[in-house]
Design a protein around this ligand. Sequence first.
Ligand code: ACO
Length: 432
Amino acid sequence: MSQEFATLSIGDKSYKLPIIEGTRGDKAIDIRRLLKETGYITLDSGYMNTGACTSAITYLDGTRGILDYRGYAIEDLAKNCSFTEVAYLILHGELPTFDALEVFKHEMRRFALLHEDMIHFFDHFPPNASPMSILSTTVNSLHNYYPEMDNDDDPYGGYSVTTARLLAKTRTIAAFSYKKSIGHPLVYPSPRLNYCENFLNMMFDRPNLPYKIKPEFVSALNKLLILHADHEQNCSTSTVRLVGSAGANLYASISAGISALWGPLHGGANQAVIEMLLAIHKDGNNYKKYIAKAKDKNDPFRLTGFGHRVYKTFDPRAKIIKEACAEIMDELEINDPLLDIALQMEEHAATDEYFIQRNLYPNVDFYSGIIYRAMGIPTNMFTVMFALGRLPGWIAQWTEMKEDRENARIGRPRQIYSGQTRRPFVPMRDRL
Ligand code: ACO
């Protein structure tokens, strides 16, 4: 196959830059030798046009609203699979056979407990501590309690064991941090329950009030986690790769990803959406006032849950979540005024020039919080839920980066310096 090139002209010199094509037709200009050959770097703040790696995990086409994990459409996966099955797919590259899935599930049950000493961590956070900070801190400390988990010669062997442990323990940490925040006794993971059932049970079971697990919630939770399971090189995933590229262990890298996810422009948006909808509700459901604020250039307010860096027609995840949200509210006969406001806002934005021109549509976070509210999950846990969903993606991306020996180098962007030119040192006595 003949190699295609792009030509770059600088002054009277021209340079041939190889063109790389992905398996789904996406194209890149390979600038890896640019600095060496031309003395120039590229400047791309926010990495709007920069591919940081090649990856075989997730494909997305923002113009056509396509999202696939390992070649499978998100719509098919959300409809037919459990989160555990999709986690396996993302981590291993193939859907599991029945037996492989049973082994994976068994490992997750086996490794769901936390070292008892870690339980004391939860006692020392202030009662109103953010569950995201607890999650990030505690995941980081897993390295101290389970150092064998990031050892290449892991005596328990195998990638699936390590990742099953991390998936299971992070779920336990998430539920424990909630129980501690409300001052309730911890509920330990049960070996008889599946991933989502176990999580709901650890969150809501009480000694005096046993929790009845609703299959509708289990199904909705599976769907939500699947929809968040990976999203190629977003802010948190790029953070996980960047931290891992310096040789930091898996837990430290994932913990950094959790911190990045916390931001309201990223995973923190699901919490911010509900806060915004609640504010609108308190303000007499006057959503038009908030839409006007979002359009006002002198007002920093943005409609949280709208817009996306890559999706410019629609976010396929938002479409699935919106349907799931309507379904669960209907099945369980739940009436949430926030859903009515959300639907009205979406409808309004769809015909408003400001939103049309800028391709601003509801993103994955716009409806997810309404489902979490229906389940009884408190708002400050929403981003933790996102982190649980994104975990297989982070682990798979971290591992892919480690295994890419050809491009194995520390991530280190360049800059264009815009400060002072070199100047003579001024001794203290002469500084005015
Ligand atoms: N409300 C109002 N205006 C918006 C919004 C919004 N939510 N999002 C973007 N815009 C406007 C900007 O003001 C800008 O207008 P201008 O061209 O007149 O200056 C234009 O649309 C482009 O916006 P950018 O910030 O350049 O878009 P970018 O791709 O960098 O940002 C982002 C994407 C961060 C998601 C943005 O749309 C946003 O802030 N949305 C709200 C927060 C949110 O929901 N985040 C969750 C994203 S999904 C996820 O991370 C899982």
